[in-house]
Design a protein around this ligand. Structure first.
Ligand code: ADP
Ligand code: ASP
Ligand code: MG
Length: 409
């Protein structure tokens, strides 16, 4: 007998019919003698519907009230799933995040889990209940409801698995594992049997929304055995996130490709080339709590240089305003230009450490399609490029092909 945490995403609980199917799957695990904690998301589309309602009512919805509202999507799902299980003759009980007491900080809309009170859940499990917990939510120290950011139910699942020392955390979704890239963009994408924790961290942070980045962080910190599986197919092994590279049987040079178009690019032109200039440009940006991602500064010529960086798209106009009002006049730069029609495409793989020429292969593949690279950044196991947004999908397909990701290594 083992304690297993299962998480079912929005599409897996999209209708009452699907909720009954999920209940049948849970029943099978229960009949094998396992103890089960089940985390569910809101029914698909529900979180978006609620967010739209908020926007209709207030231009910039009040963050606390927004969390009070969007957390209701998951509350509906937990009750429906518990009803389906009870109807089948099982003992089941649902809890919202606040009822469990999933303690978070008070950063509404993107709160972090601090601590989980697991006593109540353990008592229920020992009494033979299937425990159903609302994903995506918690409660801060004042008792206000918080939510964990889009895709946050993954993190609830992994955090509960860590708190309860579960044998495994199973993330059930509408694909049967982690693929070499999003199978919606590249139909030839291949399921990975295993992916290392480090690779999954990079893929999730670079845009592969199959797992929320914080869920992967949690799995790493508490060594949770994490697996992604299909909620629509029977018997698949899915993808296991491994902590040892040796466990990774496939060992391709590149494991996957991630992409996103969440960023905007800003260039400060004609910057005087002197010490302290990077700080003078990015200091006020950081003071305004804007995260900066890629940064490029050219070699100076004639005493001036250009300085480019990217920020989240939502922060683009605010950052431009800061630069125009607080930076350009002070440092005596010529101008600031920017745009948000860019995309970031990244190749990821631990195998990169032991091979040379990966970057040039990537750049050649893009060049052959006439795709211009605007910015480049690298880590030990990743190369990211910024390209025009309209070439994003083409770039992903071309790279997938040229690194033979459709072939079993
Ligand atoms: P859920 O509602 O179950 O949380 P999500 O929509 O958040 O599901 O995540 C699953 C989706 O992630 C898939 O349908 C797929 O389109 C997308 N995805 C992006 N990158 C990948 C990848 N590398 N492997 C698998 N799925 C991916
Ligand atoms: N329902 C939330 C969302 O749509 C959380 C989740 O699905 O993980 O982002
Ligand atoms: Mg998700």
């Amino acid at each position: 007998m083992a304690l297993i945490v299962q998480k079912y995403g929005g599409t897996s609980v999209g209708s009452t019919e699907q909720i009954k199917n999920v209940a049948c799957r849970i029943a099978k695990f229960q009949s094998l003698g396992h103890q089960l904690v089940v985390v569910v998301s809101a029914m698909s589309g529900e979180t978006n519907r609620l967010l739209a309602l908020a926007k209709e009512t207030q231009d910039n919805p009040n963050p606390r009230e927004l969390d009070v509202m969007v957390s209701t999507g998951e509350q509906v799902s937990i009750a429906l799933l518990s009803m389906a299980l009870i109807e089948m003759g099982f003992k089941a009980r649902s809890y919202t995040g606040a009822q469990v007491r999933i303690h978070t900080d008070n950063a509404y809309n993107k709160a972090r889990i601090i601590k989980i009170d697991e006593d109540k859940l353990r008592a229920d499990l020992d009494a033979g209940y299937i425990v159903v917990v609302a994903g995506f939510q918690g409660v801060d120290e004042t008792g206000s409801i918080t939510t964990l950011g889009r895709g946050g139910s993954d993190t609830t699942g992994v955090a509960l698995a860590a708190a309860l020392k579960a044998k495994e955390c199973q993330i059930y979704t509408d694909v049967d594992g982690v693929y070499t890239t999003d199978p919606r963009i590249v139909p030839e994408a291949r399921r990975l049997k295993t992916v290392t924790f480090e690779e999954m961290m990079e893929l999730a942070s670079l845009g592969s929304k199959v797992l929320q980045i914080r869920s992967v962080e949690f799995a790493g910190k508490y060594k949770v055995r994490l697996r992604v599986l299909s909620s629509f197919e029977e018997g698949g092994e899915g993808t296991l996130i491994t902590f040892e590279e040796d466990e990774n049987m496939e060992q391709a040079i590149i494991s996957g490709i991630a992409f996103n178009h969440d960023e905007a690019k800003i260039t400060v032109l004609g910057v005087p080339d002197r010490p302290g200039i990077a700080y003078q440009i990015l200091g006020p940006v950081a003071d305004a709590n804007v995260d900066v991602d890629m940064i490029i500064q050219n070699v100076g010529y004639d005493g001036t240089t250009d300085f480019s960086f990217t920020v989240h798209r939502n922060e683009f106009s605010r950052t431009m305003d800061i630069l125009k009002s607080k930076v350009i006049p002070h440092i005596g730069a010529r101008d600031v230009v920017g745009g948000d029609s860019i995309a970031k495409v990244s190749i990821v793989g631990v195998g990169m450490r032991s091979y040379v020429g990966i970057a040039s292969k990537m750049f050649r593949a893009l060049a052959e399609e006439g795709i211009n690279i605007q910015m480049i950044s690298t880590s030990e196991i990743r190369i990211s490029v910024i390209v025009d947004e309209k070439y994003m999908e083409l770039a992903v397909r071309v790279l997938h092909k040229s690194f033979d990701l459709d072939q079993t290594p």
